[in-house]
Design a protein around this ligand. Structure first.
Ligand SMILES: [Zn+2]
Length: 298
């Protein structure tokens, strides 16, 4: 399996090996491999105040029939093969928790406490579990599907149909709109008090991403934009978005709230954002990054 790594952060998907069943089988039963269990979309963390990810080996698993259809080879990190499995029985989940002195927890609240490389694996494992559970039946003929290609494809079991289903992400734009020394932020009513974020929305079929930026900003805030420039992207697999981060300049600054998504939208100065820590969205979000970059670029 020699191959030049192209990974940026040490995680390599090794997609070429997904069809090699004997290699995958050998690595799954290798004590040095890492298995990430998912139960009801929750991830396994230790029970300390600052929980960390807990991984398994095949020895920690007793009822292998539980997860055989959800086993996914994620890739290799620091030369360690990583697999994700869905633990769908409560009894198995309970046995694992006892054995590892750990609990299955909702990933989003613990993400800021877990290192970014562990987060990347846990998010991906959680997503694969979500995707397999959502694609148990063929969307074309309604028959059962089965997992294939190390968990990266589901195939319709009706031989006359044979439709293949692949995991995918939905593109969404997120935009820091500025007007002179102010930027446009909005909030939804269920967010923590005082928190605002850059405006965002999904790209519609047939649209370019720049068209989506102009449409979404206008629909949500009434503001028209120009000078739309791409900055960064962030996969946000809750459940399956790919966030595409932009900056844009307002042609006019009159706000007229539109499609009921936002409770409020306002123009903020750099000073206002610097002086009120409640305004910023969580550090792990691309919105936080776009806002901080703008605040720091005077
Ligand atoms: Zn089918």
């Amino acid at each position: 399996m020699n191959k030049n790594s192209i990974s940026i952060n040490g995680f390599d998907r090794y997609s070429f090996i997904r069809s090699d069943k004997s290699w995958l089988n050998e690595k799954f039963f290798d004590e040095n491999s890492r298995i990430i269990p998912i139960h009801n979309l929750n991830v396994l963390c230790d029970t300390t105040e600052n929980p960390g990810a807990v991984y398994l080996t095949h020895n920690d698993l007793t009822q292998t029939s539980d997860f055989v259809d959800s086993l996914v080879f994620l890739g290799i990190i620091d030369e360690t093969p990583c697999f994700a499995i869905d633990i769908n029985s409560n009894e198995s989940a309970s046995n694992i928790m006892k054995k590892k002195d750990a609990t299955f927890q909702d990933l989003r609240p613990v993400m800021p406490l877990i290192g970014s490389r562990d987060n990347e694996l846990l998010v991906l494992a959680r997503f694969t579990s979500y995707w397999h559970s959502k694609n148990q039946y063929c969307g074309k003929c309604g028959s059962k599907t089965k997992s294939s290609n190390a968990g990266h494809v589901r195939i319709c079991m009706n031989t006359e149909c044979n439709e293949n289903f692949f995991p995918s992400m939905d593109p969404a734009i997120i935009v820091l709109v500025s007007s002179g020394d102010r930027c446009l932020l909005g909030r939804q009513k269920e967010w923590p008090e005082g928190m605002y974020s850059t405006l965002a929305g999904f790209v519609e079929p047939g649209e370019t991403i720049e068209e989506a930026v102009a449409r979404e900003i206008h629909e949500e805030s009434g503001v028209t934009v120009e000078k739309i420039e791409y900055q960064h992207s962030q996969p946000w697999l809750f459940p399956n978005s790919l966030m595409l981060g932009f900056i844009a300049t307002a042609k006019d600054d009159e706000i007229c709230l539109g499609d009921n998504e936002l409770e409020d939208a306002r123009w903020f100065t750099r000073e206002e954002i610097r002086s009120d820590s409640k305004i910023l969205p969580p550090k792990i979000s691309i919105s936080h990054k776009l806002i901080i970059e703008w605040v720091n670029c005077e």
